[in-house]
Ligand binder design. Sequence first.
Ligand SMILES: NC(=O)c1ccc[n+]([C@@H]2O[C@H](COP(=O)([O-])OP(=O)(O)OC[C@H]3O[C@@H](n4cnc5c(N)ncnc54)[C@H](O)[C@@H]3O)[C@@H](O)[C@H]2O)c1
Length: 273
Amino acid sequence: MRTFTDKVAVVTGAASGIGQALATRFAAEGMKVVLADVDARSLAEVERQLVATGARILAVPTDVARAADVERLARRAVDTFGAVHVLCNNAGIAGRPGPIWEQSLDDWETTVGVNLWGVIHGLRVFLPIMLEQDSEGHVVNTASMAGLVSLPNLAPYHATKHAVVTISESLHHELALARSKLRASVLCPGFVRTRIMEAVAPASSDAMRRWEAGYRRMIAAGMPPEQIATRVLEAIREERFWILPHPETKVGVEIRVRSILEEQNPAFQPFFD
Ligand SMILES: NC(=O)c1ccc[n+]([C@@H]2O[C@H](COP(=O)([O-])OP(=O)(O)OC[C@H]3O[C@@H](n4cnc5c(N)ncnc54)[C@H](O)[C@@H]3O)[C@@H](O)[C@H]2O)c1
């Protein structure tokens, strides 16, 4: 998609972090922006800030894990702005650190609900609308470097992010085979300075608390979300599928792929010491 002015963007998880930065950047490009988030209070605050800049904004409290909420989001977007050109399936949660045998049914269902079903609902509901328009458009799914490597103690997160990567690749192929005007990208950042760790439930042991503290340190020192938004905008403009804003994390992908190709047992490059 080359031009952004007056186009419509829908961003989930828009009340904080990467989603907020995407929404702010799209609004600055002259787009109409639909903000969706489960945190209604933060959502209203971001809406207020963006409206104050003169942006055309619709805020819709939405739990992306719930099919009916995402269907309502799409109806509100189309009723208000008449079309959807950019969809960012971005809402996500980290889940509780711990080995697989300590992950409860609720841990799995919560993370899979937001990170995987959220993306599935977004695609299932919005793609028919965007295809029907037969105009230029772009879908950006937020995965993570966690979708390209497999580290210990966050299996539900890794599982959902790997799923988002493969779904995005399938989407890319399917759009190309259908000669669609739509394009797809998958965003796989390393650490980004956001509020993602604020929603994490308490870890179950001292070892996991240390692990969690490592993540918190890395997130606090992470890339500003505005830089991620710039990379996403460039990728949409240049129709690039892979968005990997942290080149230093690619060595982990290389180690994983090499171990697969050489049929060696998995090794991993830790994100932190
Ligand atoms: N921060 C990082 O280091 C990092 C790295 C890689 C990928 N990501 C991914 O980026 C995305 C955005 O996360 P962030 O880092 O900006 O975190 P964040 O917590 O700052 O923002 C996430 C937003 O999603 C919302 N949200 C959570 N559950 C929701 C639901 N069920 N329905 C709708 N909205 C919901 C939250 O309320 C929040 O406003 C996530 O998918 C995350 O996995 C983050």
